[in-house]
Design a protein around this ligand. Structure first.
Ligand code: IPE
Ligand code: IPE
Ligand code: MG
Length: 248
């Protein structure tokens, strides 16, 4: 817990029964259900993605004020290119616009931004916007916010093994530590809690390596409707788990 006075979010979390001494250090989120949210509200799918962006903005702030150290969200998977071209293009534009719009606020709010994925396959202007975000926030010391974009867990492991081989290593150098050190963001601790919205009980190729011992929380709520009460609910569920890591 942060020293000094509790934040307003921490006060409400305490009332909800959250133990501020046992927060997940790293929370990962599969932000799913934007499309279904839009359909249910009689809107185009891209409207759902825009609402999803606003939800992300709110939840990042809540996580930061609660005292979570790392938030890693799934923004676009390597499989999402299979969607109709208009949706893919709309998502790329939305993410780029968001990256540019949020730059100043993220700097001011002491958020450090990282990205994870096969970035070189993204539109050049989006790559530039993401580099700007990372560079401009690299000195920030608050929450570390990682956007997984054009990300696949299998692709990440393949890329890590390729990096090992490119460095001239042979089979004897292939260890868990060596692979971990060559993931897209080796500086991140492994996630303690994985939240998936909109009810699906699957991983969808997210953080496969890092989630070996991550606790999973699935909520029926679609991502645009995920807010502070749901975040508290996820943390409470996490705090009720007994993590054994293979032991007793
Ligand atoms: C998640 O929402 C956001 C992305 C995959 C970019 P979806 O677009 O998958 O929403 P549903 O699953 O169709 O409802
Ligand atoms: C996972 O959601 C990807 C993101 C949230 C960015 P999907 O909606 O693509 O996953 P599936 O297709 O239901 O497995
Ligand atoms: Mg989905």
């Amino acid at each position: 817990m942060a020293p000094g006075q509790p934040t307003a979010v921490q006060e409400r979390a305490l009332k909800a029964g959250v133990d501020l001494e046992r927060l997940p250090r790293h929370m990962a989120v599969i932000m799913d259900g934007n499309g279904r949210w839009a359909t249910q509200n009689g809107q185009h799918r891209l409207v759902g993605h825009r609402e999803g962006y606003l939800a992300l903005k709110r939840n990042l702030q809540t996580a930061q004020e609660l005292g979570i150290g790392y938030l890693t969200v799934y923004g676009f998977s390597v499989e999402n290119w299979r969607r109709p071209e208009t949706e893919v293009a709309g998502l790329m534009t939305l993410i780029e616009e968001a990256a540019r719009t949020e730059l100043r606020g993220l700097i001011e709010n002491n958020v450090r931004v990282l990205v994870a994925g096969r970035l070189h396959e993204l539109p050049t202007s989006l790559q530039e916007a993401l580099s700007d975000l990372m560079e401009s926030t690299s000195q920030n010391s608050g929450i570390v916010f990682t956007l997984a974009i054009n990300y696949g867990g299998r692709a990440e492991i393949v890329d890590a093994v390729k990096a090992l081989i490119a460095e001239g290593h042979g089979a004897s150098a292939v260890t868990e530590e060596a692979i971990s050190a060559r993931l897209y963001r080796p500086e991140l601790p492994e996630p303690d809690l994985m939240v998936r919205t909109a009810g699906e009980m699957r991983w969808s190729n997210y953080l496969l390596w890092q989630s070996a011992y991550t606790e999973l929380f699935v909520t029926e709520r679609a991502w645009p409707d995920f807010g502070e009460p749901e975040l508290f609910e996820a943390v409470l569920a996490y705090q009720a788990r007994y993590r054994k890591f293979g032991g007793l």
